[in-house]
Design a protein around this ligand. Sequence first.
Ligand code: HEM
Length: 447
Amino acid sequence: MSVFPRAIWHARGFLPYHVNELHKRYGSVVRISPNELAFSSPQAWRDIYGHRKAGEEEFPKYDGTYKIFPHLPTSIINSNRQDHSALRRQLAHGFSDRSMREQEPIIGSYVDLLVSRLKEAVQKNSSQNLREWYNYATFDIIGDLSFGDGGFGCLASSDYHPWVQLVTQTVRQSGIIQGLTHAGLGGPFIWASRMGLLADNKHRSIVHEKVAQRVESGERPDFLEGLIRKRGELNLDHGHLAMNASLLVIAGSETTATLLSGATFLLLTHPEILKKLEQEVRSAFKSDDEITLSSVGNLSYMLACLNESLRRYPPVVTGLPRVGPKGGAMVDGHFVPQGTVLSVFQWAVNHDERYWTEPEKFAPQRWLGDSKYKGDTLDAMQSFSVGPRNCIGRNLAYAEMRLILAKLVYNFDMTLSESSRGWLRDQKAYTVWDKPALDVYLKPVAR
Ligand code: HEM
């Protein structure tokens, strides 16, 4: 009957949990606002987000979430269908297998730097906030792959680059703004954005500078190269280039660091699982330099731990709203009229008893064919979404997560600090999580 309850749940950071409760009570499709439906099923993933048959229209993204500030240039995440295909084609070069092989030394060098900086840091204080360290590493990697120039220098200085700090503020701020915009209360924020008063404004002015330097520096094999080379054809002025650069950095770093924080917390609160993982990693390698992007591909228990962490703690925790296309469409067996806002909430579908045995339990063995979990519907989880607008960085994310986790588990014995025991409890979730510090005691493994 009213847009307000949904808007308030969203702005307070508890909407994903609320939608989960609603699905438990009412089933796999729930009206969460007068014009908005939440679905929870593998079929809904395919129907809402998947590739369409010839002649069918892709479900457009919902402007109320993706274009809150209509005065700003668009990027790959919120461009219309035609612009999106062209942008995605250009960006795809930087994410190909060949590019990944070229990027391997860059990624490896930052992960080694992470381990050596941590070894120095634990000599002074054995308790370290791993949330920050994961952010330093993933922002440096993505910064380097986007602009070169030593990433953001976070690991080198063991501190945040001002841009990175602004990104984390922007993510939180935009979650609150999105919630209120759903209730038609976005006006003051649009005004504040036009006046340059939001964290996002400062963030964008730094990106503009970085992109200008990158354009000046000429050719290099990074994510932006494809866009810079074709910017005339793609109609990308400086504002559009900067918007895309900013999106790549946010999408590629915060998400991966979030999953690593979640995986670390879940492993450290399940000592028997951590032990199994330590056995796998420490018996697979004789020395640290044997741990590479390709060799970590053989660690099947670790992959199961990462997938289970993606399920229990999905980095993109909320729904990614689309709109019912012209003439309406069928979603999971229900007709939805044109213009209805539709989404699958990751937290909800990942904890839905219809698809998971003991959904609240952290059980990596469900990804390894354990008979207790044989009834699980593994494709209910789509952490990277599906279809033409799914995550372009999925392979890169897995590569980074596997390498970083393997190196940490190989080099350190880790124990959770008492201060972080309740880390996951009551955590606020906007589009991504508002994570508290993750304090962990690290003891270098003697060899
Ligand atoms: C665990 C890590 C990650 C997760 C869970 C994740 C998840 C997602 C999801 C759910 C989407 C769809 C967004 C939507 O429908 O609006 C997406 C899109 C995207 N992701 Fe990721 N992502 C991760 C890592 C990365 C990395 C490392 C990059 C590299 C830069 C990246 C770049 C992108 C881009 C550019 C898009 C937009 C794609 C498009 O619209 O065509 N992501 N991601």
